[in-house]
Structure formats: structure tokens, C-alpha cells
Design a protein around this ligand. Structure first.
Ligand SMILES: *Cc1c(COP(=O)(O)O)cnc(C)c1O
Ligand SMILES: [Zn+2]
Length: 417
């Protein structure tokens, strides 16, 4: 196993390195170390032993990965998809997002290298993962988050016993603090941009799983909620390994209030520039990339090479997609998690994706992570004063037509009492 620079191809030893010492480029794991055998019953470790760790005793697993790929006929009908539409449901990971895959692998490698602790800059989800896996591994953890992180995410990080540090400003400020702590104290930085090559490498398991679950059909399109883009890279790499002949086209989905990659794509630029302060409620992809714009450029390269797209969706469309996912298929997503479905609806409507295409949407984060958004959604609440009225209630329920079938109509839960 060694690390290789994606820009200048320099070779580096498989230590905890975060950038190419020659050119500053992104590092990737080449020829990853393998466990002697897969770990039965342990999520992604049961399917893929080549995750950059050689010693099974170093793997602190909570069963991350090996997530379901659902057929979603009612959702498909609602958004006008006439082909095979699937949802890769990453909400069921142990801490509620796909970040568990990256962090579990990065923490295992940190243990193998004997590092003293874990640090992670996060908009919430990676921090929850880092806190959980540090606890599982018995390592101290410092999690650095921007001041505006949703309360549920802060609660979750604190619950795992990590030291939680809030910094004023947006995500990129937290990122810089994480870098300093890793540099000065030798903590393993498991921040889930392209910084940690072992973490990014483990995201290939998403691509592997989708390929295996489709039983030989390669989807035409895969839509990926995208911040810096490691998840895009994971899907690309997974398919590169499993299906060298035929590859899916990738759609990097961003929110209109923070869309550095989609903006570059739309204007035909090949270099991604940093975004200003984010103005979207999709906290998981509120990454303006200040100071590490090259992460965005790397992701844009991958998307373009796949023949794909980078698009931005409005918060209102995301809200609609959240309601559809929950109400038509029983999948509860945080705003970021549902952005892929919101983008698909737009791309089907404007013809950029054909209605009969085979499509996979990644749903990346659980609705429990941002319940405030759900409390503001219309809900169908009735008050029953007299038990005798229950018959009438059942009748109207069977007849359908509840107020809450979409994101409009009904009343928000927070207004009901
Ligand atoms: C981090 C995150 C993303 C974005 O992932 P990147 O690999 O940074 O592009 C998408 N969805 C959720 C829920 C996330 O937490
Ligand atoms: Zn380099």
C-alpha cells in the first residue's frame, strides 16, 4: 500500500498524510492493504477486505455500509420516472449517514499507525461519525463544527462523548482549526473532504454495493448529494473497479445556496472557485470550499469524465422531495439526503435525464438529524374529543385525500397543540 498524488503522480508512504508534499495535490490510496479475511456480519468489512487496514483487531466497526437499494415505484410515479428508479439508502448507517464508511476506515488506519486521537472538522454528520467511531475504538476525539450546525447534530456528537468545539463562521473555518490540531498534536484528521485518503478510499464500497445490488445492470445515472465530492469519487472508483467497460453518468447535486461545483459546471469553467456564505438549509452540503477549492475541481473533473452533470436545486424543491420520500416510500431524510431526489425531478422535467432511464439516487443522511425542518412541514393532525367520532376518522382515512400528502397543505406540527 502507498499513497499517490492525483495531480503529479508522486508516490508517498502509507502514513497519515493529507496532501502531496511536492505539489499540495490530493492523495489517494494505491494498492490498499487487505485484512486476512473479511469480517463476517460487519457491514462493508464483510464484503470488502481491501480497505487500507491489515490488522482486523484495529477495526472498530458498528456495522457501517451494506445498505439497502430500494425499488421505489410510488416515488417514481410521483416524479414522472418511467424506468427503473432505485434509492441507495445511506440513512441506515449506524450514525445516520454514509460518513460512517469513511470514518470507520480512517479511524482503523489511525489505530494501526498508533496515533493518539481523532480530530474532525464537520458540518455535523462526519463529526457524529468521528465521535462514535472514536468511542468504539477507545480514542479521544475533538470535533470542530461551524456555529450554525443543526441542534440534533450537536446533540448526537456530544452524546458520544467527544469534545465539541464550535467556531464562528462557516464550515471552512472549522476545517482550518482541524488542520492545526492534526499538525501540532499528531491527531488523525478524519475530516471527510479529500484530506484523509483512507477515508475517501472506503467510499468505493458504495459503488461496489450498487453494482452488486443491480445484478449486472449498470445504471444510466447516479445522483449524489455533493459537498466537496469524496462520495462522487467513491461511486466513480467503485464502478471503475467493478465495471471497467460500462460506467454510470454522475450527477453532483448541490443546493442553490451553496453550489461552487454546479456554478463552475454551468459556466463551463474547469476550475472551481470558493462560494460565499452558504444560504441553504441543506447543512450536509453547505461547503463553500474556501481554501481547498481544488477539492471541488477534482470532483468536477470526475463528473465531466463520467459524461455527467453538476446541478443546484432550490430549498423548496428539496423540501418537496423530503415529503415525497417519507410519504410515498417511508424513507426519512435530512434536507441534504433528499437533494438527489429533488434534482432528479428537475432533470426529468427538463429532459436532461430521459424518463425511461435507469437511475439511482443516493439518500445520504437521516431525517432524525434535522427534525426542526420536519416540525415545520405540513402534518395531518386531528383532535378527537369524543371517541365516537373515531368511525368518521377511519372513513376519511380510508378515503384518502389527507391534507399532508405533499409539502403543501395541512398545518405545521409546531403550530398544532
Ligand atoms: C457530507 C455529506 C454529503 C456530501 O458528501 P461529500 O463527499 O463531501 O461530497 C452529502 N450528504 C450528507 C448527508 C452528508 O453528510
Ligand atoms: Zn503532487
Amino acid at each position: 500500500m502507498h499513497l499517490a498524488c492525483v495531480d503529479c503522480a508522486a508516490r508517498h508512504p502509507a502514513e497519515m498524510l493529507y496532501a502531496c508534499s511536492r505539489c499540495g495535490g490530493i492523495l489517494e490510496v494505491a494498492d490498499p492493504a487487505r485484512l486476512p479475511r473479511p469480517i463476517a456480519g460487519a457491514g462493508m468489512w464483510a464484503a470488502d477486505a481491501a480497505l487500507g487496514v491489515a490488522d482486523p483487531a484495529m477495526v472498530a466497526t458498528l456495522g457501517e455500509g451494506a445498505t439497502p437499494l430500494h425499488r421505489v415505484p410510488r416515488l417514481a410515479a410521483a416524479i414522472g420516472a418511467a424506468g427503473d428508479l432505485r434509492i441507495k439508502d445511506e440513512t441506515v448507517n449506524p450514525t445516520g449517514s454514509f460518513k460512517d464508511r469513511a470514518v470507520a476506515a480512517a479511524v482503523a488506519r489511525a489505530r494501526e499507525l498508533g496515533l493518539p486521537g481523532i480530530v474532525c472538522a464537520s458540518s455535523g454528520n462526519a463529526g457524529a461519525s468521528a465521535a462514535a467511531y472514536a468511542a468504539r475504538a477507545g480514542l479521544p476525539a475533538i470535533i470542530v463544527v461551524p456555529a450554525r450546525t443543526p441542534a440534533e447534530k450537536l446533540t448526537q456528537i456530544a452524546a458520544y462523548g467527544a469534545r465539541l468545539v464550535q467556531v464562528e463562521g462557516h464550515y471552512s473555518k472549522a476545517y482550518d482549526v482541524g488542520l492545526e490540531i492534526a499538525r501540532r498534536h499528531g491527531f488523525a484528521n478524519v475530516t471527510t473532504t479529500y484530506l484523509n485518503p483512507y477515508g475517501v478510499d472506503a467510499l468505493k464500497t458504495v459503488g461496489h454495493e450498487v453494482f452488486d445490488q443491480m445484478e449486472g445492470t449498470v445504471p444510466d445515472w447516479i445522483l449524489v448529494p455533493t459537498g466537496a465530492g469524496p462520495l462522487v469519487k467513491g461511486v466513480v472508483q467503485g464502478f471503475r473497479e467493478r465495471s471497467p467497460g460500462r460506467r454510470p453518468r454522475l450527477v453532483a447535486v448541490q443546493a442553490e445556496g451553496c453550489a461552487p461545483i454546479a456554478r463552475a459546471f454551468a459556466s463551463g469553467e474547469r476550475e472551481v472557485r470558493a462560494w460565499g456564505p452558504p444560504t441553504t438549509f441543506a447543512s450536509g452540503i453547505s461547503d463553500p470550499l474556501v481554501g481547498y477549492e481544488r477539492d471541488g475541481t477534482h470532483t468536477l473533473d470526475l463528473v465531466i469524465a463520467s459524461g455527467g452533470l453538476a446541478v443546484a436545486v432550490e430549498d423548496a424543491a428539496i423540501r418537496q422531495a423530503m415529503a415525497l420520500l417519507a410519504r410515498s416510500e417511508g424513507i426519512l431524510a435530512e434536507p441534504t439526503g433528499a437533494s438527489s431526489v429533488a434534482a432528479l425531478a428537475v432533470l426529468l422535467a427538463d429532459g436532461r435525464i430521459a424518463r425511461d432511464a435507469t437511475v439511482v439516487c443516493l439518500v445520504t443522511g437521516h431525517g432524525f438529524k434535522d427534525l426542526k425542518v420536519w416540525r415545520d412541514m405540513p402534518a395531518d393532525i386531528r383532535h378527537l374529543a369524543d371517541p365516537a367520532d373515531a368511525d368518521r376518522l377511519v372513513e376519511t382515512t380510508l378515503a384518502g385525500g389527507t391534507a399532508a400528502s405533499g409539502a403543501t397543505g395541512g398545518q405545521p406540527l409546531r403550530d398544532a397543540s
